[in-house]
Design a protein around this ligand. Structure first.
Ligand code: ZN
Length: 194
């Protein structure tokens, strides 16, 4: 999301260095709007249902692409309830318990993924957003190497299951693409390169 004009006063925004980065900001007196462009939190559910993981295919995706149930957190909503609500809306399943797996970057879409393990019961009935779903035994799951895939990887590893990453373009197995964080980047410029 990028603004060209100030959403508060309508003046053209300018690029200014603020708090360690270049930001689109309004220079009109008594306005002071800054487009910080912070990542948006997204909830993701590693759904355990009938001793399997439920993976869902969005109606807009290719037929072979399955992933986690995801959705945006609503204002004034605790994230644990938000992920249960998304699961109910998209699959009709009821949540028995929710526990945090971790928090993951998804810079490609300027989102931050908050991933939960959700134990679910009930009967699956997909919303219009989803075209299909599949139930996969944890030992058979292959992990995509982006955002929510890392949550699945951490969930599997914590339970002693094999973690097998694959390339979504070629379908080939690949090693875990994650690298240790370079904390020396902190404290200097916040203009990270990616
Ligand atoms: Zn303004």
């Amino acid at each position: 999301m990028q603004y060209r004009f100030c959403p508060q006063c309508g003046a053209p925004l300018e690029v200014l260095p603020l708090s360690g980065r270049e930001r689109h900001a309004c220079v009109q007196q008594e306005c002071g709007f800054v487009h910080w462009n912070n990542p948006l939190p997204v909830l993701a559910a590693v759904v355990e249902y009938q001793d399997k993981l439920l993976l869902a295919r969005n109606a807009a995706w290719p037929e072979t692409m399955f992933a986690l149930v995801t959705g945006f957190l609503e204002r004034d909503e605790p994230p644990e309830l938000g992920v249960a609500r998304e699961l109910k809306e998209e699959t009709n399943l009821d949540t028995e318990s929710v526990s945090l797996i971790g928090v993951y970057e998804f810079m490609r879409k300027n989102e931050l993924i908050i991933a939960y393990h959700v134990k679910a019961t009930g009967t699956v009935a997909l919303s219009e957003e989803l075209a299909d779903y599949k139930l996969v035994a944890p030992e058979d799951v292959r992990v995509w190497s982006a955002g929510t895939g890392f949550a699945v990887a951490d969930w599997l590893a914590a339970r002693g299951y094999p973690v097998r990453f694959f390339d979504r373009q070629t379908g080939a197995d690949i090693p875990d693409p994650r690298r240790p964080h370079d904390f020396s980047l902190v404290g200097g410029s916040l203009q990270y390169r990616w």
